[in-house]
Ligand binder design. Structure first.
Ligand code: SF4
Ligand code: SF4
Length: 500
C-alpha cells in the first residue's frame, strides 16, 4: 500500500502579496511559488494524500514540475509520510558547557522603589526573608567580584569573547566594585589573549561625570531603565519618598548620550510596559527622536496574575497593534538602508534570518549565569537571590548535577504543549522567571503568553518577508553587525541560544 504524505508543522503567511512558509522543524523560511503553495495547501490534511494520486489529478503538462516540487518539499521536510514528523532531540544534559556571560549582581539595594520591581516588589524570589533565614549581603565586595571574573575566565577557557554584565538593585550604588571587576577582567584578558566586553543596566540616577567617562572609556553597553516621558516614567519609577525620578535622571542621560563616541556601543533604553502604559509609539518617539537613544527595547512587565500593573489581554492587543505600527517605521528604514532603534524587532528579525532554533528559551544556566552579592551562582540575574535556584558558587564552581537537572527540565523536549506550536524555534517556552512567578515552576512553558508570542512571531515573519523581497542585503548586514547600521556587536545578554 502506498504511503500517505502530509505537511509537517509550519506557518504559512503572506508578506504583501508574496506567500511564504516558516518550517518549524528546521526554522527555515521559504518563499513559495504557485506550485509549491498549491502542494502545501493540498497536503495539509489530517489523513494525508498519496503522492501518485495527487500527481494523477494534476494537468499532465504540469505533472513533471509538480513532481519535482513535491520531491523538493519532501527533501526539505515540509511534507513527509504521515506519522514521521521528526521527533525533538532529547536534552543533551550538562556536557559542553558554553559559559560566556556572567551577570554580577553587585548590589541588591536600590535608591528607587519602582512599583513593579521584581527585586523589591511582590514578585521577589528571595527565599531568606520569607523563611526567616539570614538576609543576603546588600553589596558585593571587590574580592567576590574579582573571584567571579576569575571564575568566568577559567570556566570559559577556549570560548569566544566574554561579557561581564553588571546588574542590581541600582548597579551604580556599587561603582567602586564595578571598577575593580573591570580592571581585573582587562588584566586577565591581556594576560590570556582573550576578548572581554562589559555591559550595565542602570536607573541613571547616579550617572555622574566620572561614571559617564568610565563607561565611555571602557566601551560599556549601557541599558537605561526609563519608561517614557515624565508622566509615563514617574507613574511607577519613583524614589522611596514617592517623588518621580524623571527630573533627576534626564540631565544625566543627556550627559551620557552627549559623551558617545563615533563607532561606540549604542546606548539603549529599556521600557517596562504595564497596565495603562502601552503607548509604544509615543514612548519610542520621545526616547529616540527627543532624547537621542540609539535603541529602545520594550518589555511587558513580569508579574504574577492579579497585580494591578499586570498587562491584561486587551493591553497585550494594544501593544501588538503599536508594535505593528512601529514595524512599518522599521521597514521604511530597512528599505533605505538605515538602522532603526526598535530592538525587539532587530532581535527577532536577526534570529529569523540566522535560523535560530532554540532548545532552551534563553542563555540562563547555559551561556549565562548570574552571581549573587555573596558569590552564589544562579540561573540568571533574576534568580540570584533565590536559594532554590542556586547552581554553585564562584569559589567552588558550577554544581553540574543541579545545572544539568535544570537544563533537562527546561529543554523544549520536556514542554509537551510547545511541540505543536509553530513559534517554538524562537520561543521555546519563554522566560523561566516569568514562568516561576506565575506557576512556581521555572521550567513550565508560559502558556498565558502564547497568543501574544505567536502573533509577534507572525509579525516578525511578515516583516522579514517584506525586507527579503525588497532589500535582502539588509538582512545580512543586520546579522553581520554592519558598522554602517551601528548595530551592537554582542548578542544581547539574555539571548544566548543552544541549537536543537
Ligand atoms: S510557550 Fe506557547 S508560544 Fe511559546 S513555544 Fe510554547 S506553545 Fe509556543
Ligand atoms: S529570559 Fe532568561 S535570562 Fe532573561 S530573565 Fe528570563 S530566565 Fe533570566
Amino acid at each position: 500500500m502506498s504511503l500517505r504524505y502530509r505537511t509537517t508543522l509550519q506557518h504559512r503567511y503572506r508578506a504583501g502579496e508574496v506567500p511564504y512558509v516558516y518550517a518549524t522543524t528546521t526554522a527555515s523560511i521559504l518563499r513559495l511559488d504557485a506550485i509549491t503553495e498549491e502542494l502545501l495547501t493540498s497536503f495539509d490534511t489530517v489523513g494525508g494524500l498519496i503522492p501518485e494520486d495527487y500527481l494523477e489529478s494534476t494537468p499532465e503538462e504540469q505533472r513533471d514540475e509538480a513532481r519535482g516540487a513535491l520531491d523538493e518539499l519532501v527533501g526539505l521536510g515540509l511534507i513527509l509520510p504521515v506519522g514521521t514528523e521528526p521527533a525533538l532531540r532529547p536534552s543533551t544534559g550538562a556536557a559542553n558547557y558554553p559559559l560566556q556571560t556572567l551577570v554580577l549582581n553587585v548590589t541588591n539595594k536600590c535608591n528607587l522603589s519602582c512599583t513593579y520591581c521584581y527585586e523589591y516588589g511582590e514578585d521577589r524570589l528571595t527565599e531568606a526573608p520569607k523563611l526567616g533565614a539570614k538576609a543576603r549581603a546588600p553589596m558585593m565586595t571587590s574580592a567576590v567580584a574579582q573571584e567571579s571574573v576569575e571564575f568566568l575566565f577559567k570556566t570559559a577557557a577556549g570560548r569566544g569573547p566574554l561579557t561581564v554584565t553588571f546588574f542590581g538593585g541600582e548597579t551604580l550604588l556599587n561603582f567602586e566594585v564595578i571598577r575593580s571587576a573591570v580592571a581585573k577582567a582587562k588584566a586577565l584578558a591581556d594576560e590570556k589573549g582573550r576578548q572581554v566586553g562589559f555591559a550595565l543596566t542602570t536607573n541613571a540616577s547616579l550617572l555622574s561625570p566620572e561614571v559617564v567617562q568610565f563607561l565611555i572609556d571602557h566601551q560599556f553597553g549601557v541599558n537605561i531603565s526609563i519608561d517614557g516621558n515624565k508622566d509615563q516614567h514617574d507613574r511607577h519609577r519613583k524614589f522611596k519618598s514617592g517623588r518621580g525620578s524623571y527630573d533627576e535622571i534626564l540631565p544625566r542621560i543627556r550627559a551620557l548620550l552627549a559623551a558617545r563616541r563615533p563607532g561606540g556601543r549604542p546606548i539603549g533604553a529599556r521600557v517596562t510596559l504595564t497596565a495603562g502604559q502601552t503607548d509604544v509609539i509615543g514612548i519610542y518617539r520621545h526616547l529616540v527622536s527627543e532624547l537621542g537613544f540609539d535603541e529602545v527595547g520594550f518589555a511587558p512587565v513580569t508579574s504574577a496574575p492579579g497585580r494591578d500593573y499586570a498587562l491584561s489581554p486587551s493591553n497585550y492587543a494594544q501593544v501588538l497593534a503599536a508594535f505593528r505600527e512601529l514595524s512599518d517605521d522599521w521597514l521604511e528604514s530597512a528599505f533605505a538602508n538605515r538602522k532603526h532603534g526598535f530592538s525587539n524587532l532587530n532581535d527577532l528579525v536577526r534570529e529569523l534570518h540566522l535560523g535560530v532554533n532554540k532548545a532552551h528559551p534563553c542563555g540562563a544556566g547555559l551561556g549565562l549565569l548570574g552571581v549573587s552579592t555573596e558569590g552564589d551562582l544562579g540561573l540568571c540575574h533574576r534568580f540570584v537571590e533565590s536559594g532554590k535556584h542556586e547552581v554553585g558558587h564562584v569559589s567552588s564552581g558550577v554544581d553540574e548535577t543541579k545545572r544539568g537537572d535544570f537544563l533537562a527540565r527546561g529543554h523544549i523536549s520536556a514542554k509537551i504543549d510547545c511541540h505543536s506550536c509553530f513559534a517554538r524555534p524562537v520561543c521555546s517556552g519563554g522566560c523561566y522567571h516569568e514562568a516561576y512567578v506565575r506557576t512556581h515552576d521555572e521550567t513550565a512553558p508560559n502558556l498565558h503568553l502564547c497568543d501574544w508570542i505567536r502573533s509577534w512571531t507572525s509579525l516578525g515573519l511578515e516583516v522579514y518577508g517584506r525586507v527579503h523581497a525588497r532589500n535582502p542585503s539588509y538582512l545580512d548586514r543586520l546579522t553581520g553587525h554592519d558598522e554602517r547600521l551601528g548595530l551592537p556587536r554582542a548578542v544581547p545578554m539574555a539571548e544566548a541560544t543552544e541549537l536543537v
